[in-house]
Write a protein that binds this ligand. Sequence first.
Ligand code: GLN
Length: 491
Amino acid sequence: MSDLTRLTATEIAGLVASGETSAVEVTRAHLDRIAAVDERVHAFLHVDSEGALAAAADVDARRAAGEALGPLAGVPVAVKDVLTTRGVPTTVGSKILEGWRPPYDSTIVQRLRAAGTVMLGKTNMDEFAMGSSTEYSAYGPTHNPWDLNRIPGGSGGGSAAALAAYEAPLAIGSDTGGSIRQPGAVTGTVGAKPTYGGTSRYGLVAFSSSLDTPGPCARNVLDAALLHEVIGGHDPRDSTSIPQPVPDVVAAARLGATGDLTGVKLGIVSEFVGEGAEPGVMAAFRESVDALAKLGAEIVEVSCPHFGYALPAYYLIAPSEASSNLARFDGVRFGLRVGDDGNRSLEEVMSLTREAGFGPEVKRRIMLGTYALSSGYYDAYYGQAQKVRTLITRDFTAAFERVDALISPTTPFVAFPIGARTSDPYQMYLADLFTIPTNLYGGPGISVPCGLSDGLPVGLQIMAPTMADDRMYRVAAALESTVGTFTPPAL
Ligand code: GLN
């Protein structure tokens, strides 16, 4: 394996900027690595070798012409298949969009290109980002590089696995209930969900629009912050985009890396350190809390009494929004069309298309959401869930009057074996027990590797107030400065 794939994004950008290596060489090294291991990992649904080499050559040409390059120029990035890429297949892990080549780039991808990063391809995911293991991808599961028989988390398991397998130094995910942070935790990588509205949803195929948040994935905290800075900030094409600059997450990561948390007050969420998490996860979490205290942080316990209702509320709100958002996949304008033989009615063709194009979990969500929104049940289900959402937001607001950030394990359990939870949807939903409250509130959350349990990675989650994304990067970088980064056994 070429050494170039072992470097951090920051190191790669430095070597490209100084001319010690070229963006084309870096890109070739990663494409070779993908060719060598992705048959076993299956992180990618589509590898765009030609596009990547052309983008890399462009960076090299601009450097040769003396142009100033951005901080991530020449760095390869893997993009979750939930974001539109012009002319490059975008499936959202679903058969219903198989073969679709979008006519436009999402804002995130536009910004990645403008920054001179090199898009390697599109990563595997649970269909329509519904899931916690990538097993619900219509194209087969992704395997965790730490143990190929285990899941890499989900829905963005492809992005996380690509990082852990050294197929890409940077990746993009999207987080509706934990799909960036949970895969980060179980693959020993860093995943950050920005403040809702802090990154653009333009060109992000919608799952639950009031929760969906694209964000950065990386192997270390500084790289994640650099990527966050590149993709974040106001976008007039997204009506819920926040018209403010991104908090200075890069400076915060650098400050955190000095290992000093004096004056920072952290709250352990009492509700999340009881019975919810398995013993190995709790042991790694407790050790990290001690490490944070040694760095000067003041640690207290904070009760967030409504967090226990977050999971049921989420499974009403997210499916409700999904049932509306997914109505557009009807075989009329793009994607799959089934049964259009000239003898069938439009309704029949739509129905056959949706029957064939959506997988079982997506259908379950559409039915759940349609039911929760139906007249007569709306107040009891959707309406009630919205009230719970308000109570959870109040828990966060009250907590942040006492502490700078909240901490918890990212997930209740480490990577489980492929197949272990597919027969019981509720067991799968539990993977996001600790990550969902943040989405309902809208604040930022990050998962940073904090230790191992039986040789498998454990993540620590840091949750901050809305538009205080910088705070979580500071704490995450400080923890990383003492526990280090985690490397899976060689593939
Ligand atoms: N696992 C959760 C779900 O299935 C969250 C998914 C996500 O964040 N996209 O809905």
